[in-house]
Write a protein that binds this ligand. Sequence first.
Ligand code: ADP
Ligand code: ZN
Length: 302
Amino acid sequence: MAIIGGIEGGGTKFVCAIAKEDGTILREDRFPTTTPAETIGRATEFFRRESEAHGELKSIGIASFGPVDLDRQSSTYGFITTTPKPGWAQTRFAGAFEDAFRVPVGFDTDVNGAALGESKWGAGQGLNTLVYFTIGTGIGGGAMVDSSLVHGMVHPEMGHIRVRHDLARDPYSGSCPYHGDCFEGMASGPAIGGRWGVPAYDLSDDHPAWDLEADYIADALHTVICTISPQRIILGGGVMEQQQLFPMIRKRVQASLNGYVQSPAITDAIDDYIVPPALGNQAGIKGALALALAALDQPVDL
Ligand code: ADP
Ligand code: ZN
């Protein structure tokens, strides 16, 4: 049997999986992100061991924390570039797996991967234009537009768009080391924790934190709807475990757009427009597997 491999490379942990070509996961392993040598070594060992047990490895997909270099013409294609994560800046990532396995390696941001995975197997099936956000330790957004993942100049950084900040209502200055009160600076898990002095997951369902949080997320979605015109927006990540946020965000997006964007998706069916990932906490690793499948269709020069 032929198998594919996926790596969800996060700043905190790595998830590796092998799967059948229909996405059925056969084996999974997760371990903390330590040094690049140790972490990439563990992932390599996992694929060696599992392909011996389950069959030939056809391709590997990597959905990585960033920023990453996605420009195939660049000498640092497949690298993690300027990350502040100690030891990981300028790490050759995709190439290490091409060398080790001599198979096509798909490489993209974690959120582009999740957008692709959701479009193939989850909440984005049948759509060609969608946005996937993770709202967790950081905030990132991936976009598929007309069936292609958006890379452009570098790759989208939708976690760092500006949101309105009313200092009288919310004096918190923001946690983003680059922009202070950008979207991530105001609405990521650490921003919530920093503002209220309590970890986000410890705040009660009816805490005023969520009112503010829904406003920041709705502001960001207004911008994204007006720029990309996605057919659906999927919101994942630890903070979105707070299910009560969904109806709050939907209402505020409708109010914010104020009838201007004329689509029944917004005016009549917003419950199906702003949704959680259908793949749940497997959105990341399934995204990596979807990148592995996509890599099989791309000519490579190994
Ligand atoms: P990561 O972004 O590191 O991959 P997560 O998406 O789980 O991982 O995000 C972790 C962040 O989400 C932390 O800041 C944490 O406080 C917050 N978080 C995790 N679970 C919850 C929850 N149930 N409610 C609110 N915030 C949560
Ligand atoms: Zn920022």
